[in-house]
Ligand binder design. Structure first.
Ligand code: C5P
Length: 317
């Protein structure tokens, strides 16, 4: 990849490259409704964008190519058309009537298949970077519509902050919550496939091992306490209907949840389809202390401290 230099007003660096960052998300609340006829579930979720960022650098080339460094560079993240970044480039090119010519480099800090929307973050960053590189001048609304075609979480990766997600997760009502919350991420060894976790939820509901509908409750109080605190109350409201199926598929996550609260988190929940466990901390110092206690324990492959909310996908510099 070209050597990154600082961008000018158009954010195109001296070497012709453009870099965009996008954040991981956690689901502070995730209520899963019935399976729809299109294969997706009706959701109500409170998304929070957190300070774990991937970056995508794009520069002019003939045709498309994708390279990866960081998390998943060992082969877990595909570098062909299976990668959402590739699909994002083709979609934007089709939408704008330009040739899909770019080399794309993803520098990943967000683990893959972890319930943190890492692939969605990369797709959102790609839309923003290529819109600048190709001069396609899309509005944020146009980019959001393209994002929704790529995946349920991609619109939120574009917007960031705090938002209520409905529909299959792609319909967003941004919230004005600006209050900082601190979190500890416990990252498990191997990823979990999102469709597999949803299918397991349907199975557990069908055989009566779980109630037929959501048990997560309404999201209103979550949004209120996320905005105003106190965190001790928010911690009791963390909820995720995908946690039960994730625990069924990965029983060892129970120990992860217990380890998180045992290490001082106010509350813990599986993020999205897992297997990442998120713990709410009282403040940044408490998060560091919890992460320190967990790194000795071996419950997780890696532990990170993050805070939210942070902005969605945006150009670097
Ligand atoms: O939208 P995305 O590509 O991220 O979804 C991946 C898979 O997760 C879907 O194919 C579907 O199996 C499941 N899913 C779902 N209901 C949603 C979102 C995702 O069943 N609301």
């Amino acid at each position: 990849m070209p050597h990154a230099t600082s961008g000018g007003p158009g954010r195109i660096a001296g070497d012709g490259s453009v870099t965009a960052h996008a954040p991981a998300k956690i689901n502070v609340h995730l209520a899963v409704g019935p399976l729809r006829s299109d294969g997706f579930h009706e959701l109500t979720t409170v998304y929070l964008a957190v300070s774990l960022l991937d970056s995508v650098t794009a520069w002019p080339d003939d045709g498309l190519s994708v390279t990866v460094t960081g998390e998943g560079a060992d082969g877990a993240v595909p570098t062909d058309s299976r990668n959402l970044v590739w699909q994002a480039a083709e979609l934007l090119a089709r939408h704008a009537g330009v040739r899909a010519d770019a080399a794309l480099h993803i520098d990943k800090s967000i683990p893959a298949a972890a319930g943190l929307a890492g692939g969605s973050a990369d797709a959102a960053a790609t839309l923003v970077a290529l819109d600048a590189l190709w001069g396609t001048r899309c509005t944020r609304g146009q980019l959001a519509r393209l994002a929704a075609q790529l995946g349920s979480d991609v619109p939120f990766s574009l917007v960031g902050g705090v938002a209520l997600g409905t529909g299959r997760g792609e319909e967003l009502s941004p919230s004005l919550s600006r209050r900082r919350t601190d979190w500890v991420l416990g990252i498990a060894g191997a990823g979990l496939s999102t469709p597999t976790v949803y299918r397991e939820l349907d199975r557990l509901r069908a055989v009566g091992r779980l109630p037929g509908g959501s048990t997560a409750g309404p999201p209103d109080d979550v949004l209120t306490y996320l905005r105003d605190g106190p965190d001790a109350t928010l911690s009791g409201l963390l909820a995720n209907d995908l946690q039960a199926p994730a625990l069924e598929l990965r029983p060892e996550l129970r120990a992860g949840l217990a380890a998180m609260t045992g290490a001082g988190a106010l509350g813990a929940v599986v993020s999205g389809s897992g297997p990442t466990v998120v713990g709410l901390a009282e403040d940044a110092d408490a998060a560091t202390a919890t992460a320190g206690a967990l790194s000795d324990g071996g419950a997780f492959r890696a532990v990170r401290t993050v805070h939210g909310p942070v902005p969605g996908a945006r150009l670097a510099g």
